[in-house]
Ligand binder design. Sequence first.
Ligand code: SF4
Length: 694
Amino acid sequence: VVEMGTPDRSVVTTCAYCGVGCSFKAEMKGDQLVRMVPYKHGKANRGHSCVKGRFAYGYAHHPDRILSPMIRDSIDEPWREVGWEEALEFAATKMKSLQEKHGRRSIGVITSSRCTNEETYLVQKLARGVFMNNNTDTCARVCHSPTGYGLGQTYGTSAGTQDFDSVEKADVVVVIGANPTDGHPVFASRMKKRLREGAKLIVVDPRRIDLVRSAHIEASHHLPLRPGTNVAVVTAMAHVIVTEGLMDEAFIRERCDGESFRDYMDFVSDPRHAPEAIEAQTGVPAQELREAARLYATGGNGAIYYGLGVTEHSQGSTTVIGIANLAMLTGNIGREGVGVNPLRGQNNVQGSCDMGSFPHELPGYRHVKLPEARKVYEDLWGVEIDPEPGLRIPNMLDAAVDGTFKGLYCQGEDILQSDPDTKHVAAGLAAMECVIVHDLFLNETANYAHVFLPGSSFLEKDGTFTNAERRINRVRRVMSPRATYADWEVTQLLAKAMGANWNYTHPAQIMAEIAATTPTFSNVDYPLLDTQGSVQWPCNDAAPEGTPMMHVDEFKRGKGRFIVTEYVSTDEKTGPRFPLLLTTGRILSHYNVGAQTRRTANTAWHPEDLLEVHPHDAETRGIKEGDWVRLASRAGETTLRAKLTERVSPGVVYTTFHHPETQANVITTDFSDWATNCPEYKVTAVQISPSNGP
Ligand code: SF4
């Protein structure tokens, strides 16, 4: 940490990394950030922080920041630095002419869960109100879109049920497909405190993550399932609960839909779902699974926390539904200490979904096919909204390859590095006639761009982020935008260049429009956030102080709906050529593709991605600790160093994806969740062999 003198002011703002949403005091000297101090009144973190929020802010001043707009006619040409006006005119002219030639649905937008609610709202408004189509998607597509679908279908709301405080009342904590110690460190500390006080822990994960055994914590059960078998395991837990009579019958009778429950009972009580029947397939010892299910059902308050190890599968939505079923079966909904809690990856995954970034939903999760939902915006914006859902990210890329999708505005998202099947992403981008990248750095996607618009860091703008517990936190500008404009201003300038009459002068006005049009946000405004510090949606006349806990007396949809969860094994099969399964995750000091953390001192803690290999698998291939290894799948291959560890089971290898050299997504396939197209990042059949290096 480089201390830069004595601060002369401080501004309370919100960390822009993970979905915990920690509050910090940005201590400033003039326009220089001296240090980030965790804010003791922050409701998500209460004065705690991790190494990302505390130290990894230097990227805002990194020399790699691009501060001038750039344009070029073709991706083979060098970039030309130009003024903002020329860049925006160039972009607007290209996008309008594409629509004239190829129709209004030939262009679209992708927004990022790193951006504020206000920015995200404007980007979807650009698509719907200026491009005149619903071709809007968000990077939540590739992480938690199955959460939105699964919880929406079962409970009626696409969000977690509890606040973080709730963990303090949990008696049994179930962690499925999440590694909170690395991914959500500050919440992990709160969880660990509760575990040290005596709460029991069940971990369902192919890896023996830190939580399984750490200081004064030992999981009662670790179910080391084979990647891709989540649905079978969750359904088997339900089978045990149902067949052993461990259900909360009163809760089911009073709170859940009877017909759906009867169908579910018929399905789940079938012996083919018994733990013994799925043991060979999942690799989970049947007795261990039985005992874990009994503990969850009978151990008092049972709280489930899950992450991308649940969602990023071809059956991601089915697993989310299965988890929701488990909580209803056992009555673990609607009070403190229980619930279904998705641990959102990025700082504003929840918010980007709330703001209508998906191509089928307007803000507040209202389907675009509903005339009354469209009318709210048609009256306000003076346009006619396309009633047809638009394209998801993978569909945009497919359509680009097919020649029907021609132009993209991509804000704060490096799809070439973060999305699966890199070759296909590159082919889609290369086929487009106008790609506008709006970002802090000249990222990998920008290799295929015709316009680069400089972005602003979270320190340079006002707005809000919504964390994993639906908490809307203020982001406050602590320094002037280094490239002249905050991101919301750039989107507005692009809209104006295309003929829109937008005249916001501050993000507070955008939030006022969100509140006026979105029932769950109707009482949210900046003065309330300044007074209360933060507020959890729904925040409206029915809940003026916000809503820490959902579904207390009834589910948002009325009765909770059970849905049958048939396990279908992934199409990604192991075999003689690719006998191992690769799964991926994050490490404490870095964040996702590392665009920010790699440009800070945090990189010293993790200078390269390593491949975790079980010693048995390494030995049979002649691979030793630290050796270079060729990692190959049906999609592609890459090279990285081996780390021998029993954290992974035999037959499974694991890596992080923070460094572009790793090219983890060259390896991953294009299989995706059946309901949402969330990519199946967590299961790739691979082979490893000794290598001389890259
Ligand atoms: Fe930021 Fe998440 Fe760390 Fe909190 S836990 S400081 S929100 S990265």
